[in-house]
Write a protein that binds this ligand. Structure first.
Ligand code: NAD
Length: 332
């Protein structure tokens, strides 16, 4: 089976090269998959893509014309794939449903700790010989209320980690988890979660229902000084509304591992360039905003699991078996 791997960063190639990839014949492209690069996949049986590759109807049409029959996502989310178009064009889609919920949950906690105790600011100050504590005061997590939106694999691990901090947890999920309920997790309405939480962390997928879930109306309902954490998908948050909340002081701090328009920025070294995205640049001017570049998943264990599941998915298909971890339009 011939496989074209897109968005190949150094760490992707290193991880893929550490194992026997037979029977896959792999060609690596640094470029992301999009309408301009889809031609590169010609004569391959499958393409392997990541979170910011564009797999819309136009790209799928080009892939189908070039003989590609499978799109293997090396991530869990599949919001970047037009599943309906894929089905119409006879292209199957698979993903890596879970690779390390711990990696993402631990990163969410890291964002909370850094924003609260301002490690990122303290690090820079001390290196410059500034030992003042002004502006670095945090709050005890103990006794605070944390709202968790989405109690799937990552949300549940996040709740488990938090249980050691003596916080109250309020959860919201469109489909509450019996496992979480059995552990005593309290599910409440979204409105109550907004009203009572000191910290709100997003762990639900990006769907039509969750697009701009955090909008100005939701922010208005929240506690003054709320901390918002998003390690899920950028468009869950209306960034303009969050900037408004930060400017008015309604929002106390924001930790983002994902951003609405991250496709043009994240995973690239743009340190020599002028960033054209004014909204992103405005976000970065706030001292109480901490942004990481979609790295929550990025642990050795997660990257190895992503590689192994991706190869297992494609190997099974190459051996004439049913494609594992298939994502279909109906289910999507
Ligand atoms: P999951 O499918 O196990 O859990 C998602 C949960 O969200 C489910 O319990 C589901 O019922 C719930 N949900 C669905 N629609 C909802 C809605 N409208 N409102 C509230 N809850 C809703 O997924 P997971 O593995 O826990 O991952 C969660 C998300 O984290 C993924 O969708 C992905 O976007 C994101 N993620 C980010 C990274 C990263 O590196 N930043 C890595 C992996 C996953």
């Amino acid at each position: 089976m011939k496989l074209a791997v897109f968005s190949t960063k150094k760490w992707v190639k290193e991880s893929f090269s550490r194992v026997d990839t037979a029977p896959l014949e792999i060609v690596y492209f640094e470029a992301a998959l999009n309408e301009e690069t889809a031609l590169l996949a010609r004569d391959n049986d499958a393409v392997c893509v990541f979170v910011n590759d564009v797999v819309n109807a136009a790209v799928l049409r080009e892939l189908a014309a070039g003989g590609v029959k499978t799109v293997a996502l090396r991530c869990a989310g599949f919001n970047n794939v037009d599943l309906k178009a894929a089905e119409e064009m006879g292209i199957s889609v698979c993903r890596v449903p879970a690779y390390s919920p711990y990696a993402v949950a631990e990163h969410a906690l890291g964002l909370i700790m850094s924003l609260n105790r301002k490690y990122h600011r303290a690090y820079s100050r001390v290196r410059e010989g500034n030992f003042s504590l002004d502006g670095l005061m945090g709050f005890d997590l103990h006794g605070k209320t944390v709202g968790v939106i989405g109690t799937g694999k990552i949300g549940r691990v996040f709740i488990d980690i938090l249980s050691g901090f003596g916080v109250n947890i309020l959860a919201y999920d469109a489909y509450p988890s019996p496992e979480a309920k059995a552990k005593g997790v309290q599910y409440v309405s979204l409105e109550r979660l907004y009203r009572e939480s000191d910290i709100i962390s997003l762990h639900c997928p990006l769907t039509h229902e969750t697009y701009h879930l955090i909008n100005s109306f939701a922010i208005e309902t929240m506690k003054d000084g709320v901390m918002l954490i998003n390690t899920s998908r950028g468009p869950l948050i209306d960034t303009a509304a969050v900037i408004g909340g930060l400017k008015s002081g309604k929002i106390g701090s924001v930790g983002l591992d994902v951003y609405e328009e991250e496709g043009d920025l994240f995973f690239e070294d743009l340190s020599d360039e002028v960033i054209q995205d004014d909204t992103f640049v405005r976000l970065q001017t706030f001292p109480n905003v901490l942004i990481t570049s979609h790295q929550a998943f990025f642990t050795k264990e997660a990257v190895d699991n992503i590689r192994d599941t991706t190869f297992n998915n494609l190997r099974a298909l190459a051996q004439g078996e049913e494609l594992p971890n298939k994502v279909s339009w109906e289910k999507g």
